[in-house]
Design a protein around this ligand. Structure first.
Ligand SMILES: Cc1cc2nc3c(=O)[nH]c(=O)nc-3n(C[C@H](O)[C@H](O)[C@H](O)COP(=O)(O)OP(=O)(O)OC[C@H]3O[C@@H](n4cnc5c(N)ncnc54)[C@H](O)[C@@H]3O)c2cc1C
Length: 383
């Protein structure tokens, strides 16, 4: 651990969810001195709640699909190679739950390079009529990781500090958080309050609930339908999840109705198959942090107030090369992974390492600054 003010870290990472943990692991492997901070422990936010399926995103052709398919391949390789004890590999059956989703599944089948085949008889006989009669795709290989286990394993060799960060100070070319100092800060704080005036970074927190159960029904593969139903790395335990509740926020002060969440999960699971003798073992809840355009975010943050003061014409929609924006120095945000944080984390952590260690640019598609011009225009009537 850092012992004196004379030995700053190379990087302080704030937020020990899967993005912070995977970044810490990757940067440490690349030779950087890394400090990891979290107010509530490793994988205590959205990441600790995740079912943590490493599943492909069934989407139409486009940038999102390209990024997700690269990230998915990278994640399968990353977890199975580096953390096999926390990774369960099983076939994966994805069943459409709406006609619109059905169209996506059918076109995905023809475009994907992922190996897929006919549903095995032993799985067919488990499925409800609705599940059997909906478009589906049966991948030969899917995976699910133990969310908390893998985050703990990734950070075994990392200096961890249980601190709630209240503010960020940049002095003499170094970032300071309490007693800790570093050249670079990585902000991977998910759907929590943002710590900086970066209102333009459009993020939505989507509450989710999942449960671990015991059941007399044997589940031979990972099933995604109205919810996911899946064996886990823990023998005999089946995971069911997750809900997508856009109305509830843990920051509202209102209590969350766990019983209602459990009922929603079991009702949805029953549309896929019948689970016998269910015993609920554990509830997991947390917030996913999704971006407004569904793409993840990785990159520097625009200092919005300074940039607007220097370039007031941005309020009138005038274009400005993003290189002209003023950015917070040596600060990178990772966020906006939505329901795919475990799929995206190894890909984003690699890009972060390429940026910080190999000086490779990250590129505009992932940059949080993509949201800045529109926000600046919305300030038209404010001087
Ligand atoms: C129910 C559920 C199921 C999911 N299922 C899957 C799935 O199957 N597959 C998949 O890939 N993804 C899944 N996800 C999504 C995935 O969990 C998220 O995308 C991922 O957790 C995002 O990780 P993160 O590191 O960005 O944020 P988080 O995990 O939320 O971590 C942010 C951390 O920052 C800390 N923090 C915030 N502010 C401060 C501060 N001021 N000081 C100190 N610490 C701070 C918090 O304590 C928290 O630990 C699921 C999510 C949920 C909620």
């Amino acid at each position: 651990m850092q012992t004196s003010k004379t030995s700053p870290y190379d990087v302080i990472i704030i937020g020990a969810g899967v993005n912070g943990c995977c970044s810490a692991y990757t940067l440490h492997k690349a030779g950087l001195r890394v400090a990891l901070i979290d107010q509530a422990g490793i994988a205590s936010g959205g990441s600790g709640a995740a079912g943590a399926f490493i599943s492909p995103k069934i989407s139409k052709a486009g940038t999102l699909k390209e990024i997700m398919s690269e990230a998915h391949a990278e994640a399968l390789e990353f977890y199975t190679t580096n953390f096999p004890n926390f990774t369960l590999v099983k076939p994966l059956l994805h069943i459409a739950n709406t006609p619109e989703e059905g169209e996506k599944v059918e076109s995905f089948k023809y475009e994907t390079h992922l190996k897929h085949s006919n549903i095995l008889h032993k799985i067919q006989i488990l499925l409800s009529d609705e599940a059997l009669n909906s478009p589906s795709i049966y991948f030969d290989m899917g995976a699910v990781v133990d969310a908390q286990g893998v985050c703990n394993a990734m950070t075994e060799e990392i200096d961890f500090y249980p601190i709630k960060v209240e503010k960020l100070i940049h002095n003499d070319d170094l970032w300071q958080v309490g007693e800790l100092r570093a050249k670079h800060i990585v902000l991977s704080i998910g759907a929590y309050p943002k710590l900086l005036p970066i209102e333009y970074v459009g993020l939505r927190g989507i509450w989710g609930h999942r449960i671990d159960i015991e059941t007399a029904t044997h589940i031979p593969c990972i099933l995604h339908h109205h919810v996911s139903i899946s064996p886990t790395t823990k023998e005999g335990i089946v995971a069911i999840g997750a809900t997508h509740n856009v109305h509830y926020s843990p920051f509202s002060g209102e209590p969350y109705d766990v019983e209602e969440g459990r009922k929603a999960l079991l009702d949805k699971a029953s549309k896929t198959l019948k689970l016998n003798n269910i015993n609920i073992l554990k509830d997991y809840t947390g917030l996913r942090s999704g971006s407004n355009d569904y793409l993840p975010m990785l990159g520097s943050l625009v200092d919005a107030n300074t940039t607007l003061a220097l370039h007031p014409h941005l309020r009138h929609g005038k274009a400005l090369d993003p290189q002209e924006y003023i950015y917070y120095p040596q600060l990178t945000m990772i966020n906006g992974s939505g329901g795919y944080g475990f799929v995206l984390a190894p890909y984003l952590a690699r890009k972060l390492k390429e940026y910080l260690v190999d000086n490779q640019p990250i590129g505009p598609i992932l940059s949080p600054s993509r949201f800045f011009p529109r926000w600046a225009k919305s300030k038209k009537n404010q001087s």
